[in-house]
Design a protein around this ligand. Structure first.
Ligand SMILES: Cc1cc2nc3c(=O)[nH]c(=O)nc-3n(C[C@H](O)[C@H](O)[C@H](O)COP(=O)(O)OP(=O)(O)OC[C@H]3O[C@@H](n4cnc5c(N)ncnc54)[C@H](O)[C@@H]3O)c2cc1C
Ligand code: FES
Length: 326
């Protein structure tokens, strides 16, 4: 058991618990969302000892040096004195300007931000509602839209934020939008490189942003998108992707379903299996993987074994905090 001191408050972190678990148990309000080290909303700072290396995964060098760490990744190795982060996340005010269905479970949400955001195609933001509940959502635009951002938001049955977005959030409502984050994004540094993009469900969102950006930037390498879902109902934007395929000879789109019948042009099987069967040699390719965490982790490994260099594999696993029911 390790002692975690925050001001006058002392919390105890038991074996197998994170600092975030201990603080939340004592009703200390720490912003959090994914509880998997992805959204960085739970960043806090150590005032004495060096935080465990694993708890600083993905943080900028300057933050690491200042002993910031992610409370959800921190299994303390010794007692710690901490403070809530003095690097408050920057939020701009957003207004919902459009909301329409993409399929039965996913909607296209458009938010106009008061301040322009500087982001790379494929990054995500944290959306925060008035009571402080926040969740991460990937930007589905290219960089040319700095104020109007679109999101693909999938409704999870029983999910607090996504159900609220689907059922209660209205056009005209305000919502806070964080600084863009994440390392899964497109840079136009090697336009001749072939790109493989695999997404499941609303994992299409960042990939649409990346593809649009790459095509706008004149990417000359082949761009292969595999979008997967269990059934046909879970796919969306098929027509839009087919239209893009007609416009750009180097863009190739394969919708995939892993169950049931599929119409002509839709592959049967998991998107990652279909993709790696068709493109077994990924030496020199840039790979983007977004959506279900299991798919992302499994395919990362497989893409590496198929020849992609680790530095060319970009991934965003859409972790949901299923064990965190606060
Ligand atoms: C980097 C990143 C990018 C992301 N991008 C996107 C995106 O572009 N689009 C998108 O749709 N999602 C995205 N996500 C996922 C998103 O952040 C949310 O996790 C997701 O919308 C679910 O949030 P929620 O509040 O609706 O569900 P939560 O309330 O967090 O619930 C999560 C799960 O727990 C279950 N649950 C909730 N309460 C209970 C209970 N009392 N008992 C049992 N089970 C319960 C819910 O049914 C649900 O399945 C992303 C995540 C990350 C980390
Ligand atoms: S990084 Fe800790 S809650 Fe998301």
């Amino acid at each position: 058991m390790k002692k975690i001191s925050l001001g006058d408050q002392v919390s105890f972190c038991y074996e197998g618990e994170t600092v975030l678990d201990a603080l939340l148990r004592d009703n200390i309000e720490v912003p959090n969302s994914c509880r998997q080290g992805a959204c960085q909303s739970c960043m806090v700072r150590s005032l004495d000892v060096e935080p465990p290396v694993a708890s600083q995964c993905g943080l900028k060098d300057v933050l690491r040096k200042q002993k910031h760490f992610l409370a959800c990744l921190c299994y303390p190795e010794q007692d710690m004195v901490i403070t809530l982060s003095q690097q408050p996340e920057f939020y701009t005010e957003g207004t919902v300007v459009d909301k329409k269905p993409l399929n039965q479970e996913t909607l296209l949400l458009t938010i106009e931000c008061k301040e322009p955001l500087d982001y790379y195609a494929g990054q995500f933001v944290n959306l925060k509602r008035a009571d402080g509940l926040m969740r991460s959502y990937s930007i589905a635009n290219s960089r040319s839209h700095d104020r109007k951002l679109t999101f693909h938001i999938r409704r999870l049955a029983g999910g607090r934020f996504s159900e609220w977005v689907h059922q209660e959030l209205l056009v005209g409502d305000r919502i806070a939008v964080s600084d863009p984050q994440g390392l899964c994004y497109y840079l136009p540094n090697r336009p001749e490189q072939n790109l493989l993009l695999i997404g499941t469900g609303s994992g299409l969102a960042p990939l649409v942003g990346i593809i649009t950006e790459a095509l706008q930037q004149g990417h000359t390498g082949d761009i292969h998108l595999f979008h997967g879902s269990r059934e046909m109902d879970g796919l969306y934007w098929i027509e839009e992707m087919l239209e893009l395929e007609r416009q750009y000879p180097n863009f190739h789109y394969t919708p995939c379903v892993s169950r049931g019948d599929s119409p002509e042009g839709v592959a049967i099987g998991r998107a990652n299996d279909v993709a790696l069967n068709r493109l077994p040699d990924l030496k020199g390719w840039r790979v983007f993987l977004c959506g279900h965490p299991e798919m992302v982790n499994e395919t990362k490994r497989q893409a590496y074994l198929n020849g992609a260099s680790l530095k060319d594999i970009y991934a965003d696993a859409f972790h949901v905090a299923s064990t965190s029911l606060d």
